[in-house]
Design a protein around this ligand. Structure first.
Ligand code: NIG
Ligand code: FE
Length: 406
């Protein structure tokens, strides 16, 4: 591999902060360098970033991209997706466009369980193909790192096939072993006991984190605690889907367990906001899911002002957020969550990488992975400004050009 020089960029925008997650005012501290370059070494890491005035002498075997009129940001990190599924839920989408709610469809055996049936029937090869397809859609929208959850198998073979499909596509696998209670188990407690005994030993090898859906009709706090404690004991980081529809104790549980994150938070009240503000549990906000299910938006502004580690993700899945686009999330963050473009970018770069335990990306700094998005605009804020626009021009992942303009 040769090196790569991206020259004459209109601007380069990046947070810093030494790898620690960003909170409060630091979320807004973005460095923007005008008329800039990024030099990538032949090891796929960033060699230097700076003003064109300071461009060092470049060897003959370095490839070049002309960045005139373009801006550069770190490769985006989507820290919460559910890409390993078969079938679709367009029928439910249409029902919800009438009057049905997400909870009613789940209680009637639809929702997650309907995707479970299709996913169990698909087989491992088909799952690999589907995750790769969604990964490519994410990449085209600037996502250079994605997390992908299981949770649509809920039997041993299919859960492991989902984790395998995510890893095969280059994603970071999370075992969402407690997503819904499948019909062959009498209740949540019995299912969790079974999953800990039968799936956890292999899932702990295949995944880096575990996740649980704490919700009425899914898992209450007691089975969630038992599941997550067992997962933590097996070496997995723990995460929770919490306060999506009902505030029923997910945030206190996340704090008690020292979770990596609690995600959703559409129903979180002031006590939960204050608790997260002072904690090391990241708040992962998923505004597409709120939009899609016509739910209240999460209290993003209050969380940032309380000092929480806020990250943003798509929640890409067939039921509540059929959208692979972090740029769309960025627009929602600025228009619906009350976040500034700078806070928004931190939430889908530095802080999202932190949620995944990845300190080698999310910022444009020497020595970090050369994951870079070039935007087709001289001002990087077009990322959020251009609603569902073709704003991504070129994507570089580990120093290689993986998306070029058509
Ligand atoms: O994060 N809420 C639980 N899990 C997913 C939705 C899964 C589905 O509806 O298939 C979510 O929104
Ligand atoms: Fe989710």
């Amino acid at each position: 591999m040769t090196g790569l020089l991206i020259r004459d960029l209109a601007e380069v925008a990046t947070h810093h902060g030494g790898g620690a997650p960003l909170r409060g005012n630091a979320l807004r501290e973005l460095e923007v360098t005008e008329r800039a370059y990024i030099l990538v070494g032949d090891d796929g890491a960033i060699a230097s970033v700076g003003s064109m005035r300071d461009l060092p002498p470049i060897g003959p075997d370095v490839a070049e991209i002309d960045g005139t009129s373009l801006s550069a940001i770190p490769g985006l990190v989507d820290c919460h997706t559910h890409p390993a599924f078969a079938g679709d839920r367009v029928h439910e989408f249409a029902l919800r466009a009438g009057a049905a709610t997400y909870e009613e469809l789940l209680a009637a055996g639809g929702g997650i369980l309907s995707t479970m049936r299709a996913t169990r029937a698909a087989g491992p090869e088909a799952l690999r193909e589907m995750v790769a397809r969604h990964r490519n859609a994410m990449l085209a929208r600037g996502t250079t790192t994605f997390e992908g959850k299981s949770g649509y198998g809920l039997d041993c073979a299919t859960e492991l096939a989902q984790l395998d499909a995510v890893a095969a596509a280059g994603g970071v696998p999370t075992w969402l072993g407690a997503h819904a209670v499948p019909p062959e188990h009498p209740d949540a407690a019995a299912y969790v006991d079974w999953a800990i005994a039968e799936v956890l030993p292999a899932a702990a090898e295949a995944a880096v984190a575990a996740d649980v859906f704490v919700e009425r009709g899914a898992f209450g706090v007691e089975p969630a605690r038992r599941y997550l404690e067992a997962c933590a004991g097996a070496g997995l980081a723990v995460r929770l889907h919490g306060d999506q529809l009902t505030e029923m104790g997910a945030v206190p549980l996340a704090l008690e367990l020292g979770a990596r994150s609690v995600d959703h938070l559409e129903s979180t009240g002031p006590d939960g906001v204050a608790a997260l503000g002072g904690s090391s549990v990241a708040a992962v906000l998923l505004p597409v899911a709120a939009l899609y299910l016509d739910r209240p938006m999460p209290p993003a502004r209050a969380l940032v002002d309380a000092g929480a580690i806020v990250a943003l993700a798509t929640d890409f899945n067939p039921g509540s957020a059929f959208c692979e686009s972090l740029p769309v999330v960025a627009t929602l963050a600025c228009t619906q969550l009350g976040l500034s473009p700078e806070e928004t970018l931190a939430g889908m770069t530095v802080n999202a990488a932190h949620v995944l335990g990845l300190g080698d990306r999310g910022r444009l700094e020497p020595g970090l992975r050369a994951d870079i998005v070039l935007l087709d605009a001289p001002d990087w804020r077009h990322l959020a400004y251009h609603l569902a626009g073709d704003v991504v021009h070129t994507v570089v992942r580990e120093g290689r050009i993986v998306v070029s303009p058509a």
